[in-house]
Design a protein around this ligand. Sequence first.
Ligand code: MG
Length: 241
Amino acid sequence: MTSDPVSAAEFAGVDHVVVDIEGTTSASAFVFDVLFPYATERFPAWLDQHAGEADRERIVAEVASEAGLADPSTDAVVATLRAWVVEDRKATPLKELQGLIWEQGFSDSELVSDFFPDALVALRQWHEAGVPISVYSSGSVLAQRNWYAHSPEGDLTDWIAGHYDTANAGPKREAPSYHAIADAIGVDPSRLLFCSDVVAELDAAREAGWQVVRVRRPGEPHATEDSAYPEVAEMTDIRLA
Ligand SMILES: [Mg+2]
């Protein structure tokens, strides 16, 4: 298959590629229509089943602290978490709990992750060419690992050199997060390429000195935003020189 040269974007001097998940390698609709409801339905049962366990108690304490709950009963915590889901709040304890519930779903084979076909082709090509790939997503590191371990093409975890989330790197729309990731990877920011669908994230990465490419997929929620960044509709149109 030949691709339209007008749609391709070429990057030189890239030592490491960092990819977003939602809207970039994977359809946002899958996250909203499949994953979020899967976890949301299971908040009460999970909190009951894991009472007294360290992860569970820490998550409840963090929810209570962030929401100002005087009495963090299961009902109050579940109501808070469900309100955060509705407003798509990127709260760390919410992301952690979702990650734990999804991990169970993936290991029980109730869940299989979702990738755009071109994303799998591009990631495979980079991996086989020896280009290290990391993931930076607001989904937790645990959720990211499970995402790649339970793909439609099986376990792809050996394609991924590192995982970054809002807990170990920081918010996705702030430049210091991208400095932190560059430090962790050990590569100069100018030799990192960030692939994302969200212009504000690309702004932050660019401010930190990264190369950036916008993955602008028709129908994705952020596809209507304006930007001057190089962009592609499919990740196979990202060329590393
Ligand atoms: Mg995204």
